[in-house]
Design a protein around this ligand. Structure first.
Ligand code: URA
Length: 205
C-alpha cells in the first residue's frame, strides 16, 4: 500500500483529498484525460449533487458541470431557487472517459471497475462535506452512492435514507434532458427535474 493509498479516503480536508486525487492512477482513465475533476463548492454545503463523470468541456476547463449538461443543470438550479455557490457538486467518476473520433472526443459510460476505483474519492467527499441531502444525477451516481443496482424510473423523486444519516434523492442526469428529441417531452421532463431539485432543497429545512 503506497502512502497515497493509505491517506486516500482518510484525510480530513477536501483540499488534501483533491490534491491526492490529482495524481490518481487507480484505473486507466487518467492517461488519456487532461486532469482529475474533483468536486467543488461550498464548505458547509448541506446539499451535494453527484453527476456521472466530467465531459469534454469539464476536462478542458478543469471544473465540474461547465459544459452543455452544466448549462441545463444551472438553469434548473435557478428554477428551483438553489444557488450554485451554496452546494457541493461532484461526480461518481473523476476523469473524462472518451473515444476519439477524428478531432472529437465522444463520451463513454464508465464501467463498474472504474466506478469502484473512484469510489473512495466520492466517499471521502461524502464523509468530509457531511451533506444532509445528496442528489444523484442519473444511474451512475445512484449506483455509486447507493452501492446497489438502481432503476431510475422506480426510485426517482422519493427520499431514500442513507447509511450516514443523510437523505438521498435519485433523479435523471441533465444530459438526458438534452437528448430528448421531442420539445414537449423535454419541457415536461425539465419541469419534473426542477421539481426533484425543489424536493431536495425542501428536505434541508
Ligand atoms: N456530466 C456529468 O455527469 N458531470 C459533469 O461534470 C459534466 C457532465
Amino acid at each position: 500500500v503506497s502512502s497515497s493509498e493509505y491517506i486516500l479516503g482518510a484525510a480530513t480536508s477536501i483540499e488534501v483529498e483533491r490534491a491526492l486525487a490529482a495524481d490518481c492512477r487507480r484505473c486507466a482513465l487518467w492517461q488519456p484525460a487532461n486532469r482529475t475533476i474533483f468536486g467543488e463548492g461550498a464548505h458547509e454545503a448541506a446539499l451535494m449533487f453527484v453527476g456521472e463523470q466530467p465531459g469534454d468541456q469539464e476536462d478542458q476547463l478543469g471544473h465540474p458541470f461547465v459544459g452543455p449538461a452544466g448549462q441545463v443543470f444551472d438553469k434548473a438550479l435557478v428554477a428551483a431557487n438553489i444557488e450554485r455557490r451554496s452546494i457541493y457538486l461532484t461526480n461518481a467518476v473523476k476523469h473524462f472517459k472518451f473515444q476519439k473520433r477524428g478531432a472529437r472526443r465522444i463520451h463513454q459510460k464508465p464501467d463498474s471497475a472504474e466506478m469502484r476505483a473512484c469510489l473512495p474519492w466520492l466517499q471521502a467527499e461524502q464523509r468530509i462535506m457531511k451533506p444532509k441531502v445528496i442528489v444523484m444525477l442519473g444511474v451512475t451516481a445512484a449506483t455509486s452512492i447507493l452501492q446497489r443496482a438502481v432503476t431510475i424510473s422506480r426510485e426517482r423523486s422519493r427520499p431514500i435514507p442513507l447509511e450516514d444519516g443523510a437523505i438521498g434523492i435519485v433523479t435523471v442526469h441533465p444530459s438526458y434532458l438534452l437528448r430528448l428529441p421531442d420539445a414537449d417531452a423535454r419541457e415536461r421532463e425539465t419541469r419534473r427535474f426542477e421539481e426533484d431539485l425543489r424536493l431536495a432543497a425542501s428536505l434541508l429545512t
